[in-house]
Design a binder for this molecule. Structure first.
Ligand SMILES: NC(=O)c1ccc[n+]([C@@H]2O[C@H](COP(=O)([O-])OP(=O)(O)OC[C@H]3O[C@@H](n4cnc5c(N)ncnc54)[C@H](O)[C@@H]3O)[C@@H](O)[C@H]2O)c1
Length: 379
């Protein structure tokens, strides 16, 4: 595990529930921080330099949970060392870097994947199955949002507020990327063109003197006032290839929304609505019959969705379970890679994540130029 913050900690916890996987070691930004995290998370070995882990032949796979500006470097080095790599999103800082990693992954020939974890919820899989097998019809109109409030105050601080660490886009790159990947996964379509407006609640923020972790509250008497150059929120009109129109809103400054990822897909005779904060229900809207709320019940779901539900109905599963499902899938692919057995994976590929970074860049260009922009191949 490289990176020991919010993502690294949640990966370690979820991996404990994946049979056959042992978290051998973690790397942090210093020996001291890595040792402290290893103690906290119960991991046997720790290093201040991730290259120590890469030199260890007994380590098969690397999870890259570092801040975005380290993604390309750490993932490249792990591939070079012949490791399987599960990379946190976004895959890298820009489309040139993500295109480069697609090529490196192909050449390495190991198993690779990207942590677009919202794909791996049972009722997301059910919506995908209903669209794929024709039960839901063809999408004709799409709405959605990804709304949070953890950066609402000017005193809230995180490395994501520094574009040199996070990338040229913040709200879209950080969470809009999840929404776009999820929507493309569920519909099987691709966002082909975008028209976007970006905005900021705060032109300046207060940067604390000491280190801060994701979701920490900022401020402090010695905080420094710094200019912000990335967006707090955005609205995006889009069209899928094939022409289906849609719109989504992204924000990290919406009071009361903690992790409000939602989609609504109008598809012929039904609409499908899902909300990450109530992940065990899929609302199926109908005109000529009462609407339905399908609850997560392995006995009532399609096989692909039931496979992601590990507890009976009423025994709620959520965010940590989606992450576990992703890792079950990824490590089944690692096993299949070793044995030569077939494995069909739902984990986002490096190529999928590269395409998302191209969409993020198209959104930035649309905002700058005030026009529709085609999502290119990038790189
Ligand atoms: N898929 C998801 O839902 C999800 C959720 C949160 C974060 N993320 C992604 O995970 C990544 C990390 O985000 P976070 O919220 O955990 O950030 P964080 O600030 O909580 O943690 C980052 C960690 O990286 C460590 N680090 C910094 N430099 C390092 C180095 N040179 N070597 C090793 N470790 C180093 C820091 O010490 C820290 O522990 C980001 O790319 C983010 O987009 C994804």
């Amino acid at each position: 595990m490289v990176g020991t913050g919010f993502a690294g900690g949640s990966h370690v916890e979820a991996l404990r529930r994946v049979p056959g996987v042992e978290v051998a070691a973690l790397a942090g930004s210093s020996d001291e921080r890595a040792r402290a995290a290893a103690g906290r998370l119960g991991v046997p070995a720790a290093a201040g330099d991730y290259r120590t882990l890469l030199a260890d032949a007994s380590i098969d796979a690397v999870h890259n949970c570092t801040p975005n500006d380290l993604h390309h470097e750490v993932t490249s080095a792990a591939l070079e060392a012949g490791k399987h790599v599960l990379a946190e999103k976004p895959l890298a800082m820009d489309a040139a870097e993500t295109a480069d990693l697609v090529g490196r992954a192909e050449r390495a020939g190991t198993v690779t994947g990207v942590c677009f974890n919202y794909r791996h919820y049972p009722l997301v899989a059910e919506a995908r199955a209903m669209l794929a097998d024709g039960r839901a019809g063809r999408p004709h109109l799409i709405r959605g949002a990804y709304l949070q409030d953890w950066l609402l105050d000017a005193a809230d601080w995180n490395w994501r507020l520094q574009s040199e660490r996070s990338g040229a886009s913040r709200a879209i790159g950080d969470i809009g990327s999840h929404w776009m990947d999820l929507l493309q996964h569920v519909t099987g379509g691709r966002i082909a063109r975008v028209y976007a407006r970006l905005g900021r609640l705060h032109e300046e923020r207060l940067r604390p003197a000491g280190p801060s972790q994701t979701f920490d509250r900022g401020g402090g008497a010695d905080a420094e006032r710094v200019a912000v150059d990335t967006e707090d929120f955005a609205t995006v009109l889009f069209e899928l290839d094939g022409g289906c129109p849609g719109v989504f809103t992204v924000s990290q400054v919406t009071p009361g929304k903690r992790n409000g990822l939602t989609f609504e897909i109008d598809a012929g005779a039904v609409s499908l609505a899902w909300d990450q904060e109530h992940p065990n229900a899929l609302r199926i809207g109908r005109r000529d019959r009462p609407n339905e709320v399908l609850v997560r019940d392995p006995a009532l779901l399609s096989p692909s969705a039931a496979a992601l539900a590990h507890y009976p109905a009423g025994h709620e599963e959520g965010w940590p379970d989606g992450l576990k499902n992703l890792f079950l899938d990824f490590y089944a692919a690692v096993d299949a890679h070793g044995s030569g057995a077939p494995h069909e994976s739902s984990v986002a590929t490096f190529a999928d994540a590269h395409r998302i970074t191209c969409a993020v860049e198209a959104i930035l260009e649309s905002h700058r130029e005030g026009r529709w922009v085609e999502v290119g191949a990038g790189g």
